[in-house]
Design a protein around this ligand. Structure first.
Ligand SMILES: *[C@@H]1O[C@H](CO)[C@@H](O)[C@H](O)[C@H]1NC(C)=O
Ligand SMILES: *[C@@H]1O[C@H](CO)[C@@H](O)[C@H](O)[C@H]1NC(C)=O
Ligand SMILES: *[C@@H]1O[C@H](CO)[C@@H](O)[C@H](O)[C@H]1NC(C)=O
Ligand SMILES: *[C@@H]1O[C@H](CO)[C@@H](O)[C@H](O)[C@H]1NC(C)=O
Ligand SMILES: *[C@@H]1O[C@H](CO)[C@@H](O)[C@H](O)[C@H]1NC(C)=O
Ligand SMILES: *[C@@H]1O[C@H](CO)[C@@H](O)[C@H](O)[C@H]1NC(C)=O
Ligand SMILES: *[C@@H]1O[C@H](CO)[C@@H](O)[C@H](O)[C@H]1NC(C)=O
Ligand SMILES: *[C@@H]1O[C@H](CO)[C@@H](O)[C@H](O)[C@H]1NC(C)=O
Ligand SMILES: *[C@@H]1O[C@H](CO)[C@@H](O)[C@H](O)[C@H]1NC(C)=O
Length: 465
């Protein structure tokens, strides 16, 4: 099945040695040569929602024996460095060999306490999982939950109830399925009734040799640092043809392999596609005078399907106001559901839920004063309209100050999903969900690339200035 067993066992034996001898100065961490290469595939699962385009991932060995993994983030047809890039450094030698450091940079898409436009950077430390089989063709790292906890702002729910510990919080496995096929799976802790959640799951095909490492590799252990001023402040330099500004601000128009989105002229002031694959569209008007938000959400579904949006008033906040523990929500819940007032519509009507957990089914809860609700199903597409107050929902009803939970406070984020109803309640949405930061009054520039039916490039240019 696998042709490189000799190299593989040599390498994983040295990894095992490192782990068995913990406390003693370790020697080496080595990956089988077959892992090295340029890999490409469309994620089957990812935390932002279904992808339509390829993810390219490089695994290279540096001259000092360390490894460099790199990829750009080109979610949903954004040109490949618009949203961000990721570098992972694996120590090949020394006392902390096997440790994997993450230096990621995101911009224009995710917001971290308001830093959105400029982008923000994150350092995380992963330790090698300590029981690789000598003959295994896979390697697993686990988030170091001692250095990556809530005080660092998440997004991992390490302090969730129930608390996760060790490898259960977040782990990453890279497996060779064959000489030219690689599986990369990142799992996160679950919640009651939902054993785990996924961060990314992608099968990648080898598309080329490993690019040579041109950067100066960073120090090990305590000497390691992300260099967000220089080394880690730049996209990964693939031979990109998608470099132009025009292209990056109008991705759907230029992405050759992406399926076209239907034309849509909205009667709402704001209209954005949150996801191409399920054609999830969010439209809204802010009525400040009456403190209301008028919303229309729609997606391709079956006749028995639902479309839902979750408003998480504190989803972008670090350092929370006092509130009951079962309501706590903040940046560390970023990729999950906890703290969301969910409005769900199906042909049978509109319902309100609150999510008490990171994953798993939300509870029916009518804290949000939904008015004006209507649904329509036409040509395989479900549309749900409703109005909600700018200040409202479970947190407001539980006494959390309006200053925090007001949608216009810019503390919040949005989750969305579409799936099948199971009677009067939603069934599991599987991969058909995602999240976004939405500035309801000023959605540009973060949402600019996803604007419905942009009439011209010039109009979009104006938008981002
Ligand atoms: C993804 O990459 C593969 C391999 O390079 C290519 O054959 C395929 O057309 C790409 N798919 C898309 C949607 O870009
Ligand atoms: C790996 O080793 C284990 C235990 O020695 C054995 O059960 C398993 O069949 C081996 N797998 C492969 C792919 O050789
Ligand atoms: C987070 O980790 C730091 C050490 O990096 C520790 O001092 C702090 O107590 C931890 N906080 C929590 C809430 O576990
Ligand atoms: C990875 O995390 C998931 C979710 O908590 C868990 O089910 C799984 O056992 C973990 N894997 C390892 C190798 O610890
Ligand atoms: C960190 O750098 C110093 C100075 O170069 C060196 O003496 C030390 O051994 C390094 N520590 C590690 C863990 O590499
Ligand atoms: C980039 O393009 C050049 C010229 O076509 C080619 O020689 C080189 O291998 C390419 N690099 C990568 C990483 O694909
Ligand atoms: C719900 O909203 C409507 C319309 O804005 C308003 O008339 C009504 O008083 C609200 N009800 C509650 C319980 O807030
Ligand atoms: C219902 O929606 C309309 C149009 O979006 C809006 O003008 C009106 O204020 C809403 N009424 C309530 C009670 O929410
Ligand atoms: C939602 O509102 C828009 C704009 O008022 C309207 O065109 C559409 O028919 C409405 N859809 C439903 C299901 O009420």
């Amino acid at each position: 099945m696998f042709s490189n067993t000799r190299v593989l066992s040599k390498v994983l034996i040295s990894a095992a040695f490192l782990l068995c001898e913990r406390g003693v100065a370790a020697t080496k961490f080595e990956l089988p040569d077959a892992f090295e290469g340029k890999w490409r595939g469309i994620p089957a699962w990812n935390i932002l929602g279904p992808w339509s385009v390829n993810l390219t991932f490089d695994i290279s060995k540096a001259e000092n024996g360390d490894y460099l993994f790199e990829n750009n983030l080109g979610y949903e047809g954004l040109s490949d460095d618009t949203m961000g890039w990721q570098r992972f450094y694996v120590e090949g030698s020394g006392e902390t060999s096997g440790v994997l450091w993450y230096c990621g940079w995101l911009r224009n898409f995710l917001r971290d306490g308001g830093a959105g436009l400029a982008g923000y950077a994150r350092l995380e430390e992963f330790v090698l999982y300590d029981a690789p089989k000598p003959n295994a063709s896979s390697v697993t790292w686990c988030l170091n939950d001692q250095t990556n906890n809530r005080s660092k702002g998440g997004p991992w729910p390490l302090n969730n109830e129930p608390k996760c510990t060790g490898c259960d919080c977040f782990n990453w496995t890279i497996s060779l399925l064959g000489p030219n096929e690689l599986q990369s799976t990142l799992l996160m802790a679950g919640s009651p009734g939902h054993a785990k959640s996924k961060h990314l799951d992608v099968k990648l095909a080898r598309v080329g040799p490993a690019p040579s490492v041109k950067i100066q590799m960073p120090g090990h252990g305590a000497n390691f640092t992300c260099d967000f001023l220089d080394r880690d402040a730049h996209p990964i330099d693939y031979n990109r043809t998608t470099h132009s500004k025009r292209r990056s601000i109008c991705p759907f128009k230029y992405e050759p392999n992406a399926s076209p989105l239907p034309a849509h002229t909205s009667t709402f002031k704001n209209c954005y596609w949150l996801n191409r694959k399920v054609q999830y569209r969010l439209e809204w008007d802010v009525d400040e005078q009456n403190s209301l938000l008028h919303v229309s959400m729609s997606a391709d579904t079956s006749a028995g399907g639902y479309v839902a949006v979750g408003f998480r008033p504190l989803g972008a906040v670090k350092g929370l106001p006092e509130m009951p523990v079962d309501l706590q929500t903040g940046a560390e819940q970023e990729f999950g559901m906890k703290g969301a007032d969910i409005v769900l519509g199906y042909q049978g009507g509109v319902k309100n839920y609150f999510a008490y957990h990171f994953t798993g089914p939300p509870d029916e809860d009518w804290s949000l004063n939904i008015t004006n609700a209507s649904t329509a199903y036409e040509n395989g597409r479900l549309t749900v309209n409703f109005t909600r107050p700018l200040v409202g929902g479970k947190l407001a009803a539980s006494g959390v100050s309006a200053e925090y939970v007001n949608l216009l406070s810019d503390n919040g984020d949005v989750i969305w999903a579409t799936g099948e109803m199971g009677g009067d309640n939603p069934s599991y949405h599987f991969q058909k969900r995602g999240f976004r930061f939405v500035d309801w009054k000023k959605p540009a520039p973060e949402m600019t690339p996803f604007k419905c039916q942009a009439s011209s490039i010039n109009e979009q240019k104006l938008e981002i200035q």
